[in-house]
Design a protein around this ligand. Structure first.
Ligand code: FES
Ligand code: FES
Length: 180
C-alpha cells in the first residue's frame, strides 16, 4: 500500500466503518467521498461557516479542519445519524414544522451544533442558543426561525406540553389582512 494512504476503522453514527483514504484528507472529505455521507456540507473549508460541523465524542467539530487520520477510536456523529429509527429527531421535526431551513445548506451543521448544546443545556435561553450557533452562518433565514426551532425542540425534548402558535407552522394560512 502507498505511504500516502491511511487505513482506519472509523466509528460513524454508531457503526464501525473500514476506510482507506489519502492521509492528508480531512474528516469532511472522508465522510463525503469515502463514506458517501453527503449530509455534511462543504462550505468555506476555512473554519468560518460551520456548514461542515459534526460531533466528535459529543462535541461540535469543524470537519473541514480535522484530519480523518486522527479520528480512530472517536465517536463521530453526522446528520445522517440524527433520525431515531423511522422517527425524526425532535430538532429535525421542529425545524421542518417551523420552516427553519430555507435552502438548507447550513442546516446539518446547525442541527449537530444544536444537538450538542441541548445535551449540555436542556433549557437554553435565546442568548445561549445564539451564542452556541454563533459559528454557524446562514445566508437565508435571518436566524430568528432557527433560534425559535431550537427553543421549541428543547421544550419537546423536555417533554413539556404545548405547541408553537399555529401561525409559525410552515404552511399555515396567512391571516387575513386587516380591513381599512
Ligand atoms: S466548511 Fe468547515 S467551517 Fe466552512
Ligand atoms: S437556510 Fe440557506 S444558508 Fe441557512
Amino acid at each position: 500500500m502507498s505511504d500516502d494512504l491511511t487505513t482506519l476503522r472509523l466509528r460513524v453514527n454508531g457503526e464501525t466503518r473500514a476506510v482507506v483514504f489519502p492521509t492528508h484528507h480531512t474528516l469532511l472529505e472522508v465522510l463525503r467521498e469515502e463514506l458517501a455521507l453527503t449530509g455534511t456540507k462543504h462550505g468555506c473549508e476555512l473554519g468560518e461557516c460551520g456548514a461542515c460541523a459534526v460531533l466528535v465524542d459529543g462535541r461540535p467539530v469543524l470537519s473541514c479542519l480535522a484530519l480523518a487520520a486522527e479520528m480512530e477510536g472517536r465517536e463521530i456523529e453526522t446528520v445522517e445519524g440524527l433520525q431515531i429509527g423511522n422517527e425524526l429527531h425532535p430538532l429535525q421535526a421542529t425545524f421542518a414544522d417551523l420552516n427553519a431551513a430555507q435552502c438548507g445548506y447550513c442546516t446539518p451543521g446547525i442541527l449537530m451544533t444544536a444537538k450538542a448544546l441541548l445535551a449540555e443545556n436542556p433549557r437554553p435561553s435565546g442568548d445561549e442558543i445564539r451564542e452556541a450557533l454563533a459559528g454557524n452562518l446562514c445566508r437565508c433565514t435571518g436566524y430568528h426561525k432557527i433560534v425559535e426551532a431550537v427553543d421549541w425542540a428543547a421544550a419537546r425534548m423536555r417533554g413539556e406540553e404545548g405547541t408553537p402558535p399555529a401561525e409559525v407552522f410552515y404552511g399555515s394560512p396567512v391571516p387575513d389582512a386587516p380591513r381599512v
